[in-house]
Design a protein around this ligand. Structure first.
Ligand code: ADP
Ligand code: MG
Length: 714
């Protein structure tokens, strides 16, 4: 242990911790216990690993005269006045004096016994944020208790909690969990020394410290998680994640899958390649080879195929499907929405049916009769290729011999759905191969952490002949110019997307906005076509029936509609090469990856394409820093990987993981944007630990992931 850290190690928990645990009361499961479980706090170790969000410094009393606006301080003062005021609304106003200045405490909610505790003449200790208003210092809803009593010597932790779980109770529960938990190290502090000579803390030391830091520690290093105790915890967490992913990888290696060996000669695969109207890019050939190699193996493939929007993933999927069908097995292709599924269906039919492949179609909205027919074809094995939404993985669907499942936009598919899919092949205890496709490129650190259990193939090249999309960020005030631009595009026979934002709080508002824009554009664009043909402006929104949506999409795809106004973020994957302009209204409300996905809807043909990001600052004088950063990034680069990297920086990993989050695989403490070195360490350490200290590895995973571990292996 380095000299400098010795003074702040091993602070024993206060006596309170020795009291009987509040976790296991004698009464039937209390509300508190349920709240603890809701927080995922079941075992002592869970409680010990429930770390503070922040700390409050209750170790000192501040004089009001020394306070600064906005400080959170603790004062001891005498009550001068205590009265209920009714203007502007009912509130309790308590004027206190600490000898240096006076302050008014305001409470909008209060009980009679609180009023009693704040009676004139009483001395109290109050803690809250001070504001210096027109009427002198005020504190809104401070916490308070009688004055006097010892001041704590450690900072007071504030824990993440849920409604109905008071901090005081949670604090006690955590401290008693900490006192009881088994905390022996699974790896020596020295293992981290290569990385950071300050990180030489044991788990026990780190946890005790983080639950009771001494007041002399820099709050900044606690807040930004750079403190050595945090380094230890983050290293632990990342190691647990790596270990569990590695375990699931090794478990998968023990499973069997059909060996789908490509054949030579007059195969579907060869014929598809011959009939394609284009040559594959180098990148498509490479990933195709990686996939084919996996499928020929007797272990199930779990491969993620990533490629920017428009990179040409569909044809790679089709080629994989032909290998599977050539080998005499069934293939399923699933997409998260019906429109997207239908697109694939149409495209794949276009390629494969002329070659004699039998396809079936399954969705939720299907009529009973056609559904029954499809199910029948699938069960008898006559349908070689099954395309649909997650209707494909419902219980009723029985495949004769499913060997390859392809999932598009996999981050929208939950872990549970993937599990269901794997269970579709009961054939001789075998599992199907899985190919997951995503147009949201996964930044390297994410691929190394959350996706470490998958193999990744990347299409890093766009098909030739695409002209880069030009992106312009335009203030809403210049809407008229944008409409002029639309007229010019229509005059050239081009098509335009206009996307209105999703306002989560108010779907109704959302709709009004889109409806108004639709009416506006319909009116002003009427005469935009030079040959005098009427201009059709379509509207697509989330509340429309599936059939209506399809009809609108079909009209746009067929070129019968010049402009498509849409609220549902135009379904990922829509492919209309003639669309050359994308306008996004209120672009400031969209996430970076979302904007990139949207932009990818244009630039699919040879014509020069553009994306206009209309922003509005609303009542504010300017956009927020984040919004500006996002829009700037969009204008600066077309590279999906660069966009993804910046998105990760701005917003953290949530967006990339989608439903993966629900598997509770989220890192709570480590931050991939800043902890790359710890991640690298964990990645190297995990296989060594599994090989040389398997029992310690198991203990580590159990400790950190407990019952979640099984779920994460999906
Ligand atoms: P995504 O990766 O976004 O799913 P798609 O598979 O929809 O992309 O492909 C986008 C468009 O590019 C489609 O019209 C597709 O037919 C076409 N395409 C795919 N590969 C090539 C290629 N090698 N050369 C030319 N066009 C291609
Ligand atoms: Mg696609």
């Amino acid at each position: 242990m380095p000299e400098s850290t010795l003074s702040i190690t091993l602070i024993e928990p206060p006596k309170a911790a020795a009291k009987p645990a509040p976790v296991a009361p004698a009464t039937p499961k209390s509300a508190m216990q349920k709240a603890l479980e809701k927080l995922g706090l079941k075992r002592d170790i869970d409680l010990a690993l429930h770390l503070p969000l922040r700390y409050e410094d209750e170790t000192r009393i501040t004089q009001l005269r020394d306070a600064r606006e906005g400080d959170t301080i603790q004062i001891e003062a005498q009550v001068l006045e205590c009265e209920i005021s009714f203007r502007p609304r009912r509130q309790l106003l308590v004027k206190v004096d600490d000898g240096s200045d006076v302050c008014t405490l305001r409470f909008f909610n209060f009980y009679p016994n609180q009023q009693k505790a704040l009676a004139v003449g009483n001395r109290i200790r109050a803690r809250g944020e001070v504001r210096g208003g027109f009427l002198g210092w005020t504190m809104l809803h401070p916490s308070f208790k009688p004055a006097g009593g010892e001041l704590p010597t450690a900072l007071t932790p504030v824990y993440p909690t849920v409604a109905g779980m008071p901090q005081a109770y949670l604090r006690k529960a955590v401290l008693s969990g900490l006192a009881r938990a088994e905390l022996s190290d699974t790896f020596a502090p020295g293992d981290l020394s290569r990385l950071n000579t300050h990180a030489l803390w044991t788990l026990r030391q780190a946890l005790h410290f983080l639950h009771h830091p001494t007041p002399d520690v820099s709050l900044d290093t606690l807040q930004d998680h750079s403190h050595p105790a945090w380094q230890r915890l983050k290293a632990e967490e990342l190691l647990a994640q790596q270990l569990s992913q590695l375990q699931s990888r090794r478990a998968r290696a023990a499973l069997r899958a059909p060996e789908l060996k490509g054949r030579v000669g007059d195969t579907l695969h060869a014929r598809l390649l011959q009939t394609l109207p284009f040559a594959l890019t180098k990148a498509q050939q490479r990933v195709g080879f990686e996939i084919a190699k996996d499928m020929a193996h007797h272990q199930p493939m779990h491969r993620l195929l990533q490629g920017d929007v428009g990179a040409g993933k569909t044809v790679v999927a089709a080629l994989a499907a032909t290998i599977c069908i050539d080998a005499g097995w069934q293939c399923a292709l699933m997409a998260p929405t019906e429109i997207l599924a239908e697109q694939h269906f149409r495209k794949l039919i276009g390629w494969l049916e002329p070659l004699g492949v039998k396809t079936a179609w399954l969705t939720g909205s299907q009529k009973t009769k056609s559904r029954r027919e499809a199910l029948d074809l699938i069960e008898r094995g006559e349908a070689q290729l099954v395309v649909g939404t997650h209707a494909v993985i419902q219980d009723k669907v029985q495949f004769k011999n499913l060997a390859l499942a392809i999932i598009d936009e996999q981050h929208r598919f939950g872990v549970a759905q993937r599990l269901a899919l794997r269970n579709k092949l009961q054939h001789d205890a075998m599992e199907p191969h899985l190919l997951m496709m995503t147009a949201t490129p996964i930044p390297r650190t994410l691929a190394m952490s959350y996706y470490a259990d998958l193999d990744v193939s990347t299409i890093d090249e766009l098909p030739p002949g695409r002209t880069p999309i030009i992106t312009k960020v335009v203030n809403e005030a210049r809407r008229d110019e944008v409409i002029q631009r639309i007229r010019a595009q229509i005059a050239q026979g081009r098509q335009i997307y206009w996307v209105c934002p999703l306002i989560e709080e108010s779907e109704a508002l959302d709709l009004t906005n889109a409806t108004e824009t639709h009416a506006e554009l319909s009116a002003v664009l009427q005469d935009a076509c030079p040959e005098g043909k009427p201009v059709t402006v379509g509207l697509l929104h989330s509340r429309m029936a599936q059939d209506e949506k399809k009809a609108v999409m079909a009209a746009f795809v067929a070129g019968e509609m010049a402009v498509l106004v849409s609220t549902t973020v135009i379904e990922v994957g829509v492919d209309v090469p003639n669309a050359s302009l994308m306008v996004v209204e209120h672009a400031e409300r969209f996430g970076l990856s979302q904007l990139h996905q949207l932009r990818g809807r244009v630039g699919r043909g040879a014509a020069a394409s553009a994306c206009v990001l209309l922003y509005s600052t609303g009542d504010a004088p300017r956009l927020s820093e984040h919004a500006r950063e996002r829009l700037r990034a969009m204008a600066e680069t077309n590279d999906g990987f660069e966009i993804a990297r910046r998105d990760l920086e701005i917003r953290g990993p949530g967006e990339f993981l989608g439903s993966r989050q629900s598997g509770d695989a989220m890192l709570r403490f480590a931050d991939l944007a800043t902890d790359g070195d710890l991640l690298e360490w964990a990645r190297k350490e995990a296989p060594l630990m599994l090989d040389h200290h398997p029992h310690l590895a198991e203990k580590h995973v159990q400790r950190w992931l407990g019952t979640k571990a099984e779920f994460l292996k999906a």
